[in-house]
Design a protein around this ligand. Structure first.
Ligand code: PLP
Length: 390
C-alpha cells in the first residue's frame, strides 16, 4: 500500500539529493576531518561547505554554527550554556507550549532550585507578551521561546520579542526546529543569541542538528572533549550527516527562494477548508493567520484522536494526534491544554503536516476517506450522542 505521509513535523523523508551527497562519505571518503593528511582534509573542506550552507539558510556566518546530534542537544546546550555563564542568576523563562526538549529541561531545572516562568498563550496559541515582559528581571538568566509550534504551527513574533529581551541584557534563545527551512529566518535581522535547528525536520537525516551561537555570546560547551567545532562541542564529526545537513540547507534555500511553500500552503488550506466544510463540529487549533505553511491541527469534536489515526492508518494515511498517548497517558497535549481547547475537542485533534513531496491527489484521497471515518466513530461515541441529544 502506498503511504500518504502527512507527519512531516515528526520527521521528513531524506531528500534523494541529500542521500546522494552523503553516500561517498561512508566508505569512500571516510577520513577523519581533523587528520593532517589530505584524505581527511578533503572531508574537512566538505564540512566547511556544509557549515556555510547551514549558516546561509538562517543568515548567520559559518563560524556561528556548531554541529550537534539533534534539536534536543542544541536546546539543552543553549540553556545550560546560558545558566552556566550567568551563575548568579536563578530565574529562567520559557512558554507553556514548548517541545519536551525545553519543557522537561526547564522542569528539571526548577527541581534544582531555578525559578521558572512559563509564559501563557491565548485560545489561538498566541503568546501573552505583556506577561512575558512583566516577568523579566535582573535575575533572569535566559528566555527561550520557540519560533514555531510543532503541534499547531503557530509562529511567535521572535523578531519583535528579541529587542525587548536584549535591551534588558538577557540571553535569548529560540527553538527554531520547526521553523527552519519552512519560513525565512535571518538572524542578521533578529537579535537572538542562540537558535536550535534539526536536520530531520527539513529532509536531512535524523541525528544531526546545529546550534547557532551569535558571535560574542558567552558559551560553555555541553560536550567537553577534543577541539572539534572550535572546542565548543567535542567528538569526532558525524561527517556524512553534516554533509547531508548542508545539502538539505542548500535545497531549502532554493525552495524558499522560489516560494515553494506557497504550493504546500495551498494544499494544506484545501485539506483544512474542505474538512471544516464536510465534517460538522470541526475546528482548527491555533492562529490561522500566523502559522507555518505546512501545518494544520484540526479538532474533530467527540471522537478519539487515536481511533482516527488507526482508521486512517488502514488507508496508509500518516498523521499525528493531539494526545500524549506516546507517554502512556491519554491526556490531551500540554499545548492544546495551554490554549484552553475543550477536552472533547483536544482529544479528537489531528495534526497534518505536509512537505514538498505531497501532491494534490493525496489531499483528495484524505478528503474522500476521512469524513466517513469521523462519522462512523461518532456513531460509537457516547459524547457525540449526548451532544446531538440522542
Ligand atoms: C519544536 C521542536 N523542538 C525540538 C525538537 C527535538 O528535535 P530532535 O528530534 O532533533 O531532537 C522537536 C522535534 O520534534 C521539535 O518539534
Amino acid at each position: 500500500m502506498d503511504v500518504i505521509y502527512m507527519d512531516n513535523n515528526a520527521t521528513t523523508k531524506v531528500a534523494p539529493e541529500v542521500v546522494d551527497a552523503m553516500q561517498p562519505y561512508f566508505s569512500e571518503y571516510y577520513g577523519n576531518p581533523s587528520s593532517m593528511h589530505s584524505f581527511g582534509g578533503d572531508v574537512a573542506a566538505k564540512i566547511k561547505e556544509a557549515r556555510e550552507n547551514v549558516a546561509r539558510l538562517i543568515g548567520a556566518t559559518a563560524d556561528e554554527i556548531i554541529f550537534t546530534s539533534c534539536g534536543t542537544e542544541s536546546d539543552g546546550t543553549a540553556i545550560r550554556a546560558a545558566i552556566e555563564s550567568n551563575p548568579n542568576k536563578r530565574h529562567i523563562v520559557t512558554t507553556r507550549v514548548e517541545h519536551p526538549a525545553i519543557k522537561n529541561l526547564y522542569e528539571s531545572l526548577s527541581k534544582k532550585g531555578y525559578r521558572v516562568t512559563f509564559v501563557p498563550v491565548d485560545s489561538l496559541g498566541r503568546l501573552d507578551l505583556d506577561y512575558l515582559y512583566q516577568n523579566l528581571s535582573d535575575d533572569t538568566a535566559i528566555v527561550s521561546i520557540m519560533w514555531a509550534n510543532n503541534e499547531t504551527g503557530v509562529i511567535f513574533p521572535i523578531e519583535e520579542i528579541a529587542p525587548e529581551i536584549k535591551s534588558r541584557g538577557i540571553v535569548f534563545h529560540t527553538d527554531a526546529v520547526q521553523a527552519v527551512g519552512k519560513i525565512p529566518i535571518d538572524v542578521g535581522k533578529t537579535e537572538v543569541d542562540m537558535l536550535s535547528l534539526s536536520g530531520h525536520k527539513f529532509h536531512a537525516p535524523k541525528g544531526i542538528g546545529a546550534l547557532y551561537l551569535r558571535k560574542g555570546t558567552k558559551f560553555t560547551p555541553f560536550m567537553v572533549g577534543g577541539h572539534q567545532e572550535k572546542g565548543r562541542r567535542g567528538g569526532t564529526e558525524n561527517t556524512a550527516a553534516i554533509i547531508g545537513l548542508g545539502k538539505a540547507a542548500e535545497l531549502a534555500i532554493g525552495h524558499l527562494a522560489e516560494n515553494g511553500y506557497e504550493r504546500i500552503a495551498t494544499l494544506r488550506d484545501k485539506l483544512e477548508n474542505n474538512l471544516l466544510e464536510k465534517v460538522p463540529n470541526t475546528m482548527v487549533n491555533g492562529d490561522r493567520d500566523h502559522r507555518l505553511p505546512n501545518t494544520t491541527s484540526i479538532a474533530f469534536e467527540y471522537v478519539e484522536g487515536e481511533a482516527i489515526l488507526l482508521m486512517m492508518n488502514e488507508h496508509g494515511i500518516c498523521a499525528s494526534s493531539g494526545s500524549a498517548c506516546t507517554s502512556g497517558s491519554l491526556e490531551p497535549s500540554h499545548v492544546l491544554r495551554a490554549m484552553g481547547v475543550p477536552f472533547t475537542a483536544a482529544h479528537g485533534s489531528i495534526r497534518f503536516s505536509l512537505s514538498r513531496y505531497n501532491i494534490e491527489e493525496e489531499v483528495d484521497f484524505i478528503l474522500e476517506k476521512l469524513p466517513p471515518i469521523i462519522e462512523n466513530l461518532r456513531q460509537l461515541s457516547p459524547f457525540w450522542k449526548q451532544a446531538i441529544g440522542n
